[in-house]
Design a protein around this ligand. Structure first.
Ligand SMILES: Cc1ncc(COP(=O)(O)O)c(C=O)c1O
Length: 420
């Protein structure tokens, strides 16, 4: 099928089932996969997006010292809605949100929230204007979710589109193009973007955010604008104030990344006040959704005296380690796409190694491979890798030594890249 053209922008709107089926099986995401690692090398995981610094250690201390008797109660009894309301209140205070701005914590991580939005909030029936569009290179699981959750017989065309811009297009330019494109494509009533961007770790200027909010506002019948801020805890510009100003925005957030609680699988949504908040409450919120013990842990974590120093410390770590990582990657001749130094992920390319991630897996380095992002960017290939910032400079140095060895082997024996 030929790519669609709109004002000279190619559009991907094909489900690539072979890649989607393979996505969860990539070595970066699935540690159970057998990897042929060179003997005696300990694995270095730079793949999954959890924080290598973990959660604030104080929460464990507080739970044991102050809440030990409460823990059994929390496991034995149904959770209280009052406790969920408390989490929402702490979040409103944290971001200075009005009481009318709905905040909802939900199990299954922000991933489950995205899945529920697709199934509960969007009408996919034929003739209804429903399709989802993204700025291209972004969290590719959104395409996977559409593929999994939207009944395919309801639509003639796969209802997911991605602007297929050149890979080195800046993130601001992608969003501006999306805003312009939106005017020509009345069918894509749902717009998804991630801030910061996964895989590049790029952030946006306030003007670009305002441009996309305006372009999707469409006063009589606004689009749904989903802004995925899973990695949003360390960036300087986020979309939270926009969600208060505009009526059509849902921001999804996570406690998995910078907060360091990936194992809990909890996410939260911040929803524009008004009709959208009411619809969200009616269609998405369920009683007893977040477990009592999870509520207790989160209530401790979200206390400003615990959360703020933790986020500050993690942000400093990311900046320090990422600066060193980027210096080292450049000195090894890798290309790096523009990235924000406060975000723990980046996209790098070894132009001469066609199978970079699986080649590095042999050297005990686990990273996300470029083709995991193929559903949203046709130019990307396996010479690209998404790297998550490691814990410390020492780990960067060990990883760099291995990458250097891999590059040297690839130069001496190009065939070796395929021996995974
Ligand atoms: C951009 C983005 N959104 C959402 C998620 C899902 O995060 P979680 O379900 O852990 O909140 C991830 C995790 O990889 C992500 O990178």
């Amino acid at each position: 099928m030929q790519p669609e053209k709109h004002n000279h922008i190619n559009i991907i709107n094909q489900p690539r089932s072979e890649i989607m089926a393979d996505y969860a099986g990539q070595q970066g995401s699935n540690h159970s996969r057998e990897i042929n690692v060179i003997p005696n090398l300990e694995l270095i995981d730079l793949g999954l997006g959890h924080s290598p610094w973990g959660a604030p250690k104080k929460i464990v201390e507080t739970l044991i010292n102050r809440h030990s008797s409460e823990i059994l109660n929390r496991i034995e009894q149904y959770p209280s809605d009052r406790w969920s309301a408390k989490l929402a209140q702490l979040t409103r205070q944290r971001f200075n949100l009005s009481e009318e701005t709905h905040v909802s914590f939900q199990p299954g991580g922000s991933y489950r929230i995205l899945a529920n939005i697709l199934t509960n909030l969007i009408d996919w029936t034929p003739k209804k204007e429903a399709g989802i569009i993204t700025p291209g290179l972004c969290f590719p699981n959104i395409a996977l979710l559409v593929h999994q959750l939207v009944p395919q017989n309801k639509k003639q065309e796969f209802p997911f589109k991605a602007l297929d811009l050149p890979i080195n297009t800046s993130y601001d330019q992608r969003i501006i193009s999306l805003a312009q494109h939106r005017q020509q494509d009345p069918l894509s009533k749902v717009v998804y973007l991630d801030l910061p961007n996964n895989p590049t770790g790029a952030t946006l200027e306030q003007d670009s955010l305002t441009a996309i909010a305006e372009a999707t506002l469409n006063k009589n019948n606004p689009d749904l604008l989903i802004i995925d801020e899973a990695y949003g805890d360390t960036i300087n510009i986020n979309a939270i104030s926009l969600a208060q100003q505009y009526p059509h925005i849902i921001i999804t957030r996570s406690v998995s990344k910078t907060i360091g609680l990936a194992g809990m699988r909890i996410g939260y949504a911040i929803v524009s006040p008004g009709q959208l908040s009411e619809l969200y409450k009616k269609s998405m919120d369920l009683v007893f959704d977040v477990g009592g013990l999870d509520q207790l842990i989160l209530q401790q974590t979200l206390q400003p005296e615990i959360l703020n120093p933790h986020l500050k410390q993690v942000k400093n770590k990311i900046f320090q380690v990422k600066t060193h990582l980027i210096d080292q990657l450049h000195s090894l001749g890798l290309n790096i796409l523009p990235t924000d130094m406060n975000v723990p992920i980046l996209l790098a390319q070894a132009p001469h190694i066609p199978n970079f991630a699986s080649f590095l897996a042999r050297y005990g380095i686990i990273i996300e491979s470029g083709s995991d992002f193929k559903d949203v960017c046709s130019e990307i290939n396996d010479s690209y890798v998404r790297i998550r910032t490691p814990k410390d400079i020492q780990t960067v140095n060990i990883a760099m030594q291995r990458i250097q060895n891999a590059i040297q082997e690839a130069q001496e024996n190009p065939e070796a890249c395929w021996l995974t």
